[in-house]
Design a protein around this ligand. Structure first.
Ligand code: PEP
Length: 254
């Protein structure tokens, strides 16, 4: 399958994996995926495993991502981690505005936009998550919600910064539920997000930005999802915790 945009598949390990378990998983992924060049591969361990995983991926095609960061660069923000600290571990990507953070930490689009700006200032590539809830979809508000989130979460970013930004469309009702959006639902949402990007920036930017799908991606549905014209990769939760399933998602996507 050929697409202008290179696929990017990222594993969001969430609050899972001790350092020892993380190293075990990375060793397996390195074995399984050593020859993959067609896809940008990213693993996003918890903060506590970043240092160890950073060393382990040095000689590999796996890139390191974090799951969150502060909008601030330093100071009295107990429990927070800033971009500069992530850079110390050669982190390249940072997931921002995951629906779990929007829900449990009440992260707003405006906060996510400030974090995205801070990430770019440190040359980290944000993976900005957007997605509607089931209630919003059933009320016919999907497009409205996505447009608000895309515009709000990317507010203030330049066209150049957009080339270093990834968007993850993650319908909240499909995350960790086993319910995957149909390929048609995913494609429609991705195409809509691209139209919003064209309005917000321009057509060329919209064509270049990579939009991942996230929500119960597994080896059995990866190929069909990735074959959609506007789906440029996956943000994988549950199935990224195990070497076999993550490796098979990648292999089935190529
Ligand atoms: C996620 O949390 O980003 C995610 C997509 O989770 P899962 O694959 O488990 O649905």
């Amino acid at each position: 399958m050929t697409k202008d945009r290179k696929l990017i598949i990222a594993g969001n390990w969430k609050m899972n994996k001790t350092v020892a378990e993380a190293l075990d998983l990375v060793a397996g992924l390195k074995r399984e995926l050593a020859n993959v060049k067609e896809v940008d591969l990213v693993v996003c361990p918890p903060f506590t495993a970043l240092g160890a995983v950073a060393q382990a991926v040095l000689d590999s095609n796996l890139r390191l991502g974090a799951q969150n960061m502060s909008e601030h660069n330093f100071g009295a923000f107990t429990g927070e981690i800033c971009a500069g600290m992530l850079k110390e571990f050669s982190v390249r990507y940072v997931i921002l505005g995951h629906s779990e953070r929007r829900q449990y930490q009440k992260e707003s689009d405006a906060l996510i936009a400030r974090k995205a700006a801070a990430a770019h200032a440190a040359s980290l590539k944000p993976i900005v998550c957007v997605g509607e809830t089931l209630a919003e979809r059933e009320a016919g508000r999907m497009e409205n919600v996505l447009e608000t989130q895309v515009r709000g979460s990317l507010a203030g970013l330049s066209k150049t910064q957009m080339d270093e930004t990834v968007i993850a469309y993650e319908p909240v009702w499909a995350i960790g539920t086993g319910k995957t959006a149909t390929t048609q639902q995913a494609q429609e949402a991705h195409a809509f997000i691209r139209r919003v990007l064209a309005g917000l920036f321009d057509e060329a930017v919209a064509r270049r930005v990579r939009i991942q799908y996230g929500g119960s991606v597994k080896p059995s549905n990866a190929r069909e999802l990735m074959s959609q014209p506007d789906v440029d990769g996956a943000l994988v939760g549950g199935a990224s915790l195990e070497e076999r399933s993550f490796a098979d998602i990648v292999k089935n996507s190529i």
